[in-house]
Write a protein that binds this ligand. Structure first.
Ligand code: DC
Length: 224
């Protein structure tokens, strides 16, 4: 594939999008943008400033007054809110629960999509989220829709949390993931759905490396 290209990765929570996107970006020296982290940052800021997550216009005002930066370093990512490192604060149970509500407002999405398009405008970017192939980068040269069963996604999250020494309840995780799927796929504005021209990859029985190399081969294929 000649020239600069963009890659869109969409799919439900826990399908491995961020891990896969980060690894593909590293192999190809692409810019990786985790768009979920942007919605999470706004959610964290709303909690801190007592802004109601059901009030779209208040959230819009808040968003217009904050700077969100995502900095990729090595194998990890740092998230800055108005220059302050808030990386651990955007993955709490409270943010997990409220972020689908924040992401459901049209005014919020319009501004986020604008920022994401700007970030990707120089090309050679890989973005992951829910609406990348359908709204943010409708002309992306490679579009992937990553899925995995609810049980498998819950198992992966469970193992991750146990490894970190965190409390984890598998049945609760299954319910939480199913609930987030429902909110993300049934919301009115830009619901999670596969773009017509996206390639669906069910990762239930695939390793991370297999998924990463499938995507890299798709990117490289048209070159040879
Ligand atoms: O990928 P994640 O779990 O960090 O996403 C957090 C939430 O943000 C999730 O409820 C879906 C929403 N989201 C979205 O609506 N659009 C995106 N492009 C990315 C995330």
């Amino acid at each position: 594939m000649l020239g600069k290209i963009n890659i869109a990765i969409d799919g439900p929570a826990g399908a491995g999008k961020s891990t896969v996107a980060r690894m593909v970006a590293e192999h190809l020296s692409f810019l990786y943008i985790d768009t979920g982290a942007m919605y999470r940052t706004l959610t964290y800021s709303a909690l801190k400033n007592n802004v109601d997550v059901n009030n779209g216009s208040d959230l819009e005002k808040l968003l217009n007054n904050i700077k969100i930066e995502i900095i990729n370093e090595g194998t990890g990512q740092k998230v800055l809110l108005n220059n302050e490192d808030i990386t651990p604060n955007i993955r709490t149970g409270e943010v997990n629960k409220l972020v689908p509500h924040v992401a459901s407002h049209e005014a919020v999405r319009v501004e986020m999509v604008k920022r994401q398009k700007t970030l990707a405008s120089s090309g050679n970017a890989i973005l992951d989220g829910r609406d990348i192939g359908t709204h943010v980068l409708p002309n992306a040269q490679v579009k992937i829709f990553l899925t995995a069963s609810v049980d498998e996604r819950a198992n992966r999250r469970h193992e991750e949390q146990v490894k970190k020494g965190m409390h984890s309840n598998l049945e609760e995780l299954k319910m939480e993931i199913a609930k987030r799927d429902e909110l993300d796929t049934t919301r009115e504005i830009a619901p999670l759905c596969k773009a017509k021209d996206a390639i669906e990859l069910d990762t239930t029985f695939l390793t991370i490396e297999e998924v990463v190399w499938t995507i890299i081969n798709l990117v490289k294929k048209p070159i040879s």
